[in-house]
Design a protein around this ligand. Sequence first.
Ligand code: SF4
Length: 191
Amino acid sequence: MKRRTFLKGSAAAVGGAVALGFDLRQARAEMRELKIARTTETRSTCPYCSVSCGVIIHTLGDKSKNVKPSVVHVEGDPDHPINRGTLCPKGITLRDDIVSPSRLTVPQVRRPGSDTWERISWDQAISEIARHVKDTRDRTFVAKNAKGEVVNRAPGMGIIGGCTDTNEFNFLMLKAIAGLGIPYRDTQARV
Ligand code: SF4
């Protein structure tokens, strides 16, 4: 069958359904509903920008034994005060990011002089970050300014809170960082 013949036949079939009084809208709506009928809803925050829109992640199979859960749909959270169910073109692609085989799920480090990324454990990552923080603070610490006033700063580091972090989390994070004397700190979340 040629493409043109097929399209003509499809149009005739749709026209025939309408002529016979079938309303296809209900059937289409039913198909959309079935897609998420057996999913578990998890509320989260879009990680892409500081608007921090609320999302609902639909996961299939996460309540069954021996079944690997899979994210089948992500939509805007209608109860979220920031976006009220809407998502921008970037946020609406969130499912592709979650299920992408190239998504980073373990810490990686590129050593000085190396051109490759090395996979390391979370324990090793935390331990190495702690070592770097301590060494950088010791190396760059400023106890007094040019006027001789006590400032106790560690200007060799800066930190920014992620867009999925809540204000409460960021408040605690900034308190801890201020305790180290790090002067460059900010958050980007609006949640
Ligand atoms: S949906 Fe768009 S505007 Fe909202 S947080 Fe994600 S990227 Fe930002």
